[in-house]
Design a protein around this ligand. Structure first.
Ligand code: ZN
Length: 95
């Protein structure tokens, strides 16, 4: 038995469930070509001292997994980014 991470519905053994995996990786878009200067490294270290190791790690790489029931999976896939664009697709009469 599992619990849907979105709506909390009980998913019995043998019922269909979906594993949603979200991997977030930092990407500079290939624009950083020059190595960082020593002074900049020192500045970065100073800045980073105020950030917890956990936060820092999440900024660079984050891997999350969720279990969803079928209705939540459909709903999630319609609007995975959670932005307003997906909201209107629920109503198919809207063109
Ligand atoms: Zn659900």
């Amino acid at each position: 038995m599992e619990i849907c991470d979105r709506c909390g519905a009980v998913i019995e053994d043998g019922d269909i469930r979906y594993l949603i995996r979200i991997v977030s990786k930092v990407d500079d878009g290939g624009v950083i070509k020059n190595p960082i200067a020593d002074e900049e490294v020192e500045e970065l270290i100073k800045e980073l001292e105020n950030v917890s190791a956990d936060d820092l790690e999440r900024d660079v790489y984050e891997d999350r997994s969720y279990i969803l029931c079928p209705p939540c999976k459909r709903s999630f896939m319609k609007n995975p980014m959670g932005g307003p664009a997906g909201e209107s697709t629920d109503d198919e009469s809207v063109l």
